[in-house]
Design a binder for this molecule. Sequence first.
Ligand code: AMP
Length: 217
Amino acid sequence: MKNIMFIAPPAAGKGTQAELVVEKYGIPHISTGDILRDISKEDSEIGKYVFETLTNGELVKDEITYQLIEDRLGKEDCKNGFIIDGFPRNIAQAHEYDKILKNLGYEVGNVIFINVDKKVLEKRITGRRICEDCKTIFNINDPKSSPKVESVCDNCGGKLYQRSDDNLEAFETRYNMYVEKTEPIIDYYRKQNVLTEIDGDDTVENIFARIEEIIAD
Ligand code: AMP
């Protein structure tokens, strides 16, 4: 199957949709945010740098991000397709991604842009909770996706945590960065005829149904 890329503003639901894609199609989900969050827990200089950068809502240095993407996409499990989210985040990264794909003999595949209004995102951001173990995403501000027991994962019983950058201040930085740096890549992929836009202000099920249609196309 074709590779998939998600582009979306912060808290648009791309992590949740990526989990559903993984479950149905069995391809790996490569999220630079998830990989960097794991690195941020390491007790090392790079771990501390990544933790501070993530907490402030800023972008991690390109040399770190490029290396981790190259290493991850080079693994065997990416050969039958993968879903990438959080990368590329600006035009320079999109150009670097073209090079990485070329070196590995891969195509960009389906680029899916999940569009959600800023007001909706602000509401979502403070309620997001994530399972430490299986990484399932809940939202305590939305009865349809809140966990049955507070702070406990419905799926595996793991502990739920709030991302250090899920506060309104860091959101503002991340959102402005998204508008300034990430939105231009939407046009970059639109011009290549590989991009499909979907409305992300809908139920998880409806959005996933649209994604399935795009994948099947
Ligand atoms: P995300 O989970 O995609 O919202 O990413 C969380 C944070 O990880 C971002 O706010 C950045 O600090 C960092 N990050 C994720 N992807 C990238 C990237 N492609 N380049 C630089 N920093 C990134």
